[in-house]
Design a protein around this ligand. Sequence first.
Ligand SMILES: *Cc1c(COP(=O)(O)O)cnc(C)c1O
Length: 810
Amino acid sequence: MYSLSEILDSIQPVRKQIVIPSLLIDTLSYDSRKIRDGEHSIFFALKDQRDGHHYIADAYHKGVKTFVLTDLSFDISSFAEANFVWVEDALEALQQIASFHRKHIQYPVIAITGSNGKTIVKEWLTQMLRKDNHIYQSPKSYNSQLGVALSVWGLPNQADLAIIEAGISMVGEMARLERIIQPSWGIFTGLGTAHREGFDSKEQKLEEKWKLFRNALKVISAPINALVDFREPEKSPSWGYRDKDKLQIIDIKINNSQSDIRLRYQDDFFVLSVPFKDKASLDNMLTCTLVLLEMGYDKEEIQRRLMELKPLEMRLQLKKGKNNSSIIDDSYSNDLASLEIALHFLSQQNQYSKKKLILSDFEGERWTPKFQEKLQKLLSLGSLQEIIFIGSRLDNIFVSSDTQRTVYPDTDTLLQNIGKHDFSESVVLIKGARKYRLERLSKLLTEKSHETVLQINLNALEHNLKQYRSKLAPHVKLMVMVKAFSYGSGSFEIANMLQFNNVDYLTVAFADEGAELRRAGVQLPIMVLSPHESAFEDIVRYKLEPEIYSVRVLKAFIAYLQAKGLTDYPVHIKLDTGMHRLGFMEHEVDEMLEILLRQSRVKVRSAFSHLVGAGDPQLLAFTQQQISLYQRLVKKIEKHIGYSFIRHICNTSGIVHHPEAHMDMVRLGIGLYGYDMTSTALDLQEVGRLKTTITQIKRLPMTETVGYDRKGRLRRDSVIATVKIGYADGYSRRFGNGVGEMMVNGHVVRTVGNICMDMCMLDITDIDATEGDEVIVFPDLAKAANDIGTIPYELLTGISSRVKRVYYYE
Ligand SMILES: *Cc1c(COP(=O)(O)O)cnc(C)c1O
């Protein structure tokens, strides 16, 4: 905690009004939804996708007493009991305060940057060093300009080491991060092709990233080109295949489930074995090894610690639990920062009203009174119905009297007593350190899962949402299409996330999809694309808003509302400007208006149309024709009904290609899920990843055939793997006989023979694989779609509902 005046000394206000000078500050806040302890917080009105000034009132009501803002004309008259400080740039002020805190830190701070593997390297280093060090690591992937500042602000006064992740996407950003982190050591994980857009060249990108290490004493580096080597040779030891790499790879032998790597470090030759074999994990492991060697650990000790690492790409996971429950499984690490993120994720889940927490003791934390106090505070704010503690130290932690509290000495005792607890109709967060092996608990509470799963990356979803938001002017509303089970990705799991991120509207195809979202606590307005008369009852009961596409539907809905005695019910008028699917044609608009004008049962909330080829340059003239026809029709409707409504026509590709047609709202669909085949303007991330496993491996002589009808002919003696995915899972028969490509251990392999109902076979002759290995079904979804003459939409929505969806969040 710092005094307010100390903090204000570290920034340069252009104006200030201080009415409560003696405050102690321990939280820098920018999101009014997350404020826990207003009095000790400073709220920064950042101008991001949303203008933080709009949230000042909310923050004020949550007890915040100090605000940093930029807008000089902001009216503060209704916030008498608060300090206001105006600055040029609110984010920069926040960063300066973090930098001020950093200057008080005595222990070494390691900064990690690079294109790939930052988070994994951070996690692994923490795992490897935790035994004999008290380590602070930046939470999950808090690596942006804002995230880094918050991570640095979180540096505890006492620790042995801090590890902070830093990422950039534009020139000029790294120098800012350097001033905040002031790293003692640096780690560079390599230069990939991600986020290339913001840079002219690879060299420029490297040069920019290296600025982070300007004042670092040492920089441990993955192989890169010569540029860095000649610039700072003694300061930056690297690993790689070259003689001049300080840690040189002699060779790598890959066996069934482990890799043996022969290495030279200075004059010493030795072999290290690790329990994984994919290239990314090996790269990350070499980086960690070199860091430990440079810290003075001996190779035997490093070997011991390496064997305990697990390649983990999924962190917090949301799964379907038994007896109507949801399980959030975060049983892999435990510290206050990640606990806070997990509790926050828990609070976003609206599908069941009861929230419960199972929490293990913390590993490697000093059990100071301050720590206990922080933990207690965190737990008392979550409005939890039940907390189950594992570990006797937690006996000292008391929580609100509304929360049922039980303490077990260890996980086994909890497992024996699990029947005493009722998790039905609840969302349960399982959070614990690895050592407590809480995955046993999560297995017990979740539904058995088929080996083929669709992993949904909720961070990628949020990332894509931000990418599209950045294309919209501030007044443009965002409607998100969650029809067809959110393009195959899930229902309330996705909708909760979108609701939390303040989208304006959701759209489903049918009323029952909307009803399901409402039952799961989603409160956003929901449009229904094709409402059938039989669904009117559900529409009204669940406050859904129908699309009205014909005179017949309009009359029927008005009649229904009349019978129910309802007025002003919101509806959406669909205009057909060329798609010729649903909607009023131009010549039907007069009749529609006549009906609308004679009644007060429905009220037009929006009128919209749909573009047939918004991203296709060859259809540009047609698109423009659609847009102008739409505008003409909308003007006419507006003139006659005499009130305004939301106008919208753009889908995903329209958002990017036709900014002039955004009007009042856009309808985002496939782009949210990571695909836009018509543009590369945005840096989209893949949201869904379909995975299965190898069930059996066979060695077959050339004379044999594989699968039904002897279609799988072999050209050579072959190794064939059977995997558990077939056409009943949504893996089309058209992928048979070499058309389909899957990825096994980093290699692309092809199908052999016909695709069966629940299984299919892969030719793995040229690669190394074992039974149980993981298989990525669509390493390149757009290519896969193209290979069988379809589009990503069909592949995504065709993944059968028997394939379990597992959601994860970092
Ligand atoms: C599905 C749909 C969209 C979204 O289309 P994308 O190409 O996935 O962005 C938009 N509007 C309507 C009417 C739709 O049916």
